[in-house]
Design a protein around this ligand. Structure first.
Ligand SMILES: *Cc1c(COP(=O)(O)O)cnc(C)c1O
Length: 410
């Protein structure tokens, strides 16, 4: 009656299939990092019945792991959404929206101050595929309303716009799009889910889609690229998710881990970036080299009243804003002097992107970025600052020495 003993497996096989399971119940501050391309199924029936779209289980690394699901849930909570997709960059989030929703013959509207590469996508691939675009004046609801037509399928919003920082009337822009029946997508990178709620712009409704460059504040390190696409409508989410799957947009578990690790401190960091940026922006307002400071929380800045209405009640009445602002330097300086000012900065490094601990500066050529006139901007040289987490007194001293070094009194 001896049971046949299984043939002992060889060590090489046991290196892969050893039955040891660590005890369950491990708890630690950070969630586990699950890495997979392949996900294994208990049996063929489980494999066949598995629907890759359902979040009740796992099918393949691209379609979700416990690690990506965890970040998605937390980001939904941050932004007030119900469904989330993770993509390899903020730009991929913008592209995912466009490619999922637009077809030949459709039109997309974008503010003239939209994130540059999003405009380039419209002028590049979308135009080649017969999808037309128009740029609207972000400070004019009437201008947007005039441009909405029978082919308008998608309207982008950005608050504030990239580099020139005009804060639009988001509730009013969203309302005209909804009345027209166009889908509304917001690039919510600046607000980050902290400055305002994109899905409730005051009357219980908001945008259809919030795209977020997690590269910025959710990462907070200047070392990760990632994006998210958040919705509150399951059918819209599934449409975006189908495109996401067919394009093979996935994120690496270690990058997700980095964002999960930074996320708990996002509100503290956002507030610190905001306070320092406002201190420096106000100080620069007093400087004779500067003709205009573009920061939506400063009275007089383009769209300030819209910022005040949407974000002004946050943080006990001081309002919330990110750590970004731009200045226009006196047009009598030469471009070479402006470059010399940027080069003379020691703590502010020359670099794109923002949201990390290091302060950054970029000189921009406004004329090449805009298709429409900008009467709300003074003539001058545009320089954008991203304020990091250094001591604000040191940053102010750095600005002062670079101004003194490169920009003589006029
Ligand atoms: C940085 C940024 C993006 C793109 O994010 P990446 O991760 O760098 O691709 C999109 N929109 C805005 C407003 C941004 O600032």
């Amino acid at each position: 009656m001896n049971e046949p003993q299984p043939t002992p497996r060889q060590p090489l096989t046991e290196l892969i299939h050893h039955p040891y399971q660590p005890p369950p119940g491990f708890q630690a501050p950070q969630p586990a990092v699950h890495k997979a391309s392949t996900v294994v199924f208990a049996n063929t029936a489980a494999m066949r019945s598995r629907d890759w779209r359902s979040r009740q289980g796992y099918t393949y690394g691209l379609h979700g792991t416990p690690t990506t699901f965890t970040l998605e849930e937390r980001l939904c909570h941050l932004e007030g959404g119900l469904q989330c997709l993770l993509v390899p960059s903020g730009l991929a989030a913008l592209a995912n929206v466009a490619l999922a929703l637009l077809k030949t013959g459709d039109e997309v509207l974008m503010p003239d101050n939209a994130y540059g590469p999003n405009k380039a996508l419209a002028e590049g691939e979308l135009a080649r595929w017969g999808i037309t675009h128009q740029w609207y004046d972000p400070l004019s609801v009437d201008d947007l309303a005039r441009r909405l037509g029978p082919r308008t399928r998608l309207v982008w919003l950005e608050a504030p716009g990239s580099v020139t920082m005009e804060f639009p009337d988001l509730p009013a822009l969203t309302r005209v799009c909804r009345e027209h029946g166009a889908l509304v997508a917001l690039d919510n990178t600046w607000g980050a889910g902290l400055a305002f709620n994109p899905f409730d712009l005051g009357e219980g409704w908001g945008v259809d889609i919030s795209a977020h460059a997690l590269t910025k504040y959710p990462s907070g390190g200047g070392d990760v690229l990632m994006g998210s696409v958040i919705t509150r409508d399951e059918a819209l989410h599934l449409r975006l998710k189908g495109c996401h799957m067919r394009l093979g947009l996935g994120v690496g578990a270690n990058d997700v881990e980095t964002v999960l690790r930074s996320l708990p401190s996002i509100a503290l960091r956002y507030r610190a970036h905001d306070q320092a940026a406002r201190t420096l922006a106000r100080w620069l307002q007093q400087r004779s080299e500067v003709v205009q400071v573009l920061h939506p929380a400063l009275p007089g800045a383009p769209g300030h009243a819209h910022w005040q209405a949407l974000c002004g009640h946050v943080e006990g009445g001081t309002g919330a804003a990110a750590g970004l602002f731009s200045v226009l330097l006196d047009p009598r300086y030469s471009p070479a002097q402006v470059d010399a000012f940027c080069d003379a900065l020691q703590l502010f490094k020359l670099g794109y992107s923002w949201g990390g601990p290091i302060s950054l500066v970029v000189p921009y050529d406004l004329a090449s970025m805009r298709q429409q006139p900008t009467p709300h901007l003074q003539p001058g040289h545009l320089v954008r600052f991203s304020v990091g987490l250094e001591a604000v007194a040191d940053l102010q001293a750095d600005l002062a020495q670079a101004l003194a070094h490169a920009l003589p009194a006029l």
